[in-house]
Design a protein around this ligand. Structure first.
Ligand code: PLP
Length: 376
């Protein structure tokens, strides 16, 4: 629900920005110096364009718990926490110990290890609808891989995404993340607007855009493209444009609509994941998607991603009809980090009381009590 519009005085904004920027520059000369050097060998001086914030990013020396320090020795309360990946905080002692131990035993085998199996079991225990899960290294990979499985399962190419949602930087879904007003098109029938140059037109043609919290618009577009769409992917709670909760019946409506059109429903729980509840959003809303994608906070700060769903869908990987590959998939460092995070740190008891969330009471059939034991 939109609040009453407020009037912002642009001159006041300008004044505040100028003052704060001068203050920032005054206390961060080393970050400036390092950035000037970095720009020579890395575009914009960073490795992810998200980090290229004006006038220059802070260069970080270390972090601990909820605090982070830059190279000028300034200490900050870290409200960013790696886009929520560090729900456990920086350098959690239990994780530090576990990862030190694992590092001493090798960081990459490119063969499976038991931690990945225990982790898969814990994921299946926590998250509806996971019966089977595959691991990758990021949220981007998770949504990319989930789409491939969905397309193979349904036998169609097109996918629908929500305007304003972000699912990572692969071509199919890097569309209409924050389109300009001029390019966005009608609110109830948005255009597909690539967020980057370099995405082929053919890819763009296979991504359709609908507004969030508008089940009628989804029904309409699936009717217009009857028999062409493999999957609808959405964040259950939009988190790329502030935090936008689903209307009471929205998730249930899109579940009914996708079933009626023979289209898979994919929840991107990369951000909601274990942050909203131990079992993610489906612990709170009684809606079962066909596939879910996870990453970020499940890894306790290590790079990990996962996608999973019912066995009948994941079976396409078992059968080698869908290729899912990756040198670092299920690597022992990330698997150990995620396993320790889920079984020793982000236990259900560690979660804040559900009653403090503006969300309905948990309904999941999957247990929210951790039955996991530590395996060694
Ligand atoms: C909902 C959602 N999905 C996917 C991604 C991509 O994750 P990653 O940055 O790990 O590739 C993000 C990243 O912010 C995200 O918020």
């Amino acid at each position: 629900m939109l609040r009453e519009p407020i009037t912002v005085d642009p001159r006041l904004v300008e004044e505040i920005v100028t003052r704060e920027e001068a203050e920032f520059r005054g206390r961060t000369p080393r970050s400036h110096e390092i950035h000037e050097r970095a720009k020579k060998t890395m575009p914009a001086g960073v490795s992810s364009s998200f980090q290229a914030v004006p006038p220059y990013p802070l260069f970080i020396s270390h972090a601990q718990g909820s605090h982070i320090w830059d190279y000028d020795g300034n200490e900050y309360a870290d409200f960013h926490l790696g886009f929520g990946s560090l729900l456990v905080g920086h350098a959690h002692p239990v994780l530090v110990e576990a990862l030190r131990d694992q590092l001493g035993k090798g960081s990459l085998y490119s063969l499976p290890g038991p931690d990945t199996v225990f982790l898969a079991e814990e994921m299946a225990r926590r998250f509806t609808p996971i019966e089977q899960v595959r691991f990758c290294n990021s949220g981007t990979e998770a949504t990319m891989d989930a789409l491939r499985v969905a397309r193979a399962h349904v036998g169609r190419d097109k996918v629908v995404k929500i305007e304003g949602s972000y699912h990572g930087h692969h071509d199919t879904l890097l569309m209409s993340t924050k389109p300009s007003v001029e390019a966005a098109g009608p609110a109830d029938h948005p255009n597909t607007v690539p967020a980057s140059k370099g995405i082929p037109q053919d890819v763009k043609n296979n991504t359709l855009i609908v507004p969030y919290n508008d089940p009628e618009a989804l029904d309409r577009i699936l009717t217009e493209h009857e028999g062409e769409v493999a999957a609808v992917i959405t964040e259950p709670v939009l988190m790329n444009v502030g935090i936008v909760l689903p209307d009471d019946t929205y998730l249930a409506s899109i579940r009914e609509i996708t079933r009626r059109h023979g289209v898979l429903l994919i929840f991107d729980e990369v951000k909601t994941g274990v942050t909203v509840a131990p079992g993610g959003i489906t612990e709170i809303y009684p809606v079962e998607p066909d596939l879910i994608c996870l990453a970020k906070s499940i890894g306790g700060g290590m790079p990990v991603g996962a996608f999973g769903g019912r066995e009948e869908i994941m079976r396409h990987i078992t059968n080698w009809e869908v290729l899912h590959l990756g040198t670092f998939n299920g690597n022992p460092m990330s698997s150990r980090a995620a396993l320790v995070t889920l079984t020793q740190v982000l236990t259900p008891g560690a979660h804040i009381s559900q009653s403090s969330w503006p969300l309905p009471t948990p309904v999941s059939s999957k247990s929210s009590t951790c039955q996991c034991t530590w395996f060694r």
